[in-house]
Design a protein around this ligand. Structure first.
Ligand code: PGA
Length: 250
């Protein structure tokens, strides 16, 4: 049985003071959750988030990590820096990073390697754009992102790696993949994992859905067999909404 994981992706939102306020409000609302609860926050909020989440079941994640140990990479943050803050998770290859910041499957692979070496748990994002979907390329695009992004990882690495299937056209748009479609596509991702990696990896890897997941559609999405959780953007910014999603089975 795979344990569900509901993770917030705050993107470029919230100051330190807002972080503290939100986590203080959220903690009692999610203390009884059956799933893993994670908030991925901007680098500048990590220390405040860790402090506010101390003694709670809320785990904290970053939104990116560089692959190099150190050096001349202005604006980047290393895995060791995150580890020292005792961050647990890190989002890698989000479509906004791919779209606006030149992230490729190759850099995703390098970032995942660095994260795993530092014992951070990577949340690796994959997903097709609207044009790719319309052109019938969804499966091809996902297969390439998975094979190249996760190239070289061993079975034990997949105890830590979480995959987030986020159709780009559903992110921040209010358009969600139907629960059936999302389930089917995540089923396809498992097929690729089974074929290119190993059947046991396909079975054990946790795969989230992301893209306009909210209080209205979370129960339906989470009821699907292949969907092991959600990566939640907009709806993770309000404690009440995020708690509702975390408590989807209550
Ligand atoms: P959204 O974002 O929930 O606001 O669509 C999801 C994401 O980008 O991870």
């Amino acid at each position: 049985m795979r344990k569900a994981i509901i993770a917030g992706n705050w993107k470029m939102n919230k100051t330190m003071a807002e972080t503290k306020a939100m986590i203080t409000e959220l903690a009692p609302l999610v203390s009884g959750a059956d799933c893993d609860v994670v908030l991925c926050v901007p680098f500048t909020d990590l220390a405040a988030a860790k402090k506010a989440a101390r003694g709670t079941n809320i785990k904290i994640g970053a939104e990116n990590v560089h692959w190099a140990e150190k050096g001349a990479f202005t604006g980047e943050v290393s895995a060791a820096m995150l580890k020292e803050l005792k961050v647990d998770y890190v989002i890698i290859g989000h479509s906004e990073r791919r779209q606006y910041f030149g992230e490729t499957d190759e850099t995703v692979n390098k970032r995942v390697q660095a994260a795993l070496a530092a014992k951070l748990k990577p949340i690796v994002c994959v997903g097709e754009t609207e044009t790719e979907r319309e052109e019938g390329l969804t499966e091809k695009v996902l297969e390439k992102q998975l094979i190249e992004g996760l190239k070289g990882f061993k079975s034990k690495d997949f105890d830590k790696i979480v995959i987030a299937y986020e159709p780009v056209w559903a992110i921040g748009t209010g358009k969600t993949a139907t629960a059936k479609d999302a389930n089917e596509t995540i089923g396809y991702i498992r097929k690729v994992l089974a074929k290119k990696f190993h059947k046991s990896i396909a079975e054990k890897t946790r795969i989230q859905y992301g893209g306009s997941m909210n209080t209205k559609n979370c129960k339906e999405l989470m009821a699907e067999e292949e969907i092991d959780g959600g990566l939640i953007g907009g709806a993770s910014l309000k404690a009440e909404d995020f708690a509702f999603i975390v408590n989807y089975n209550k």
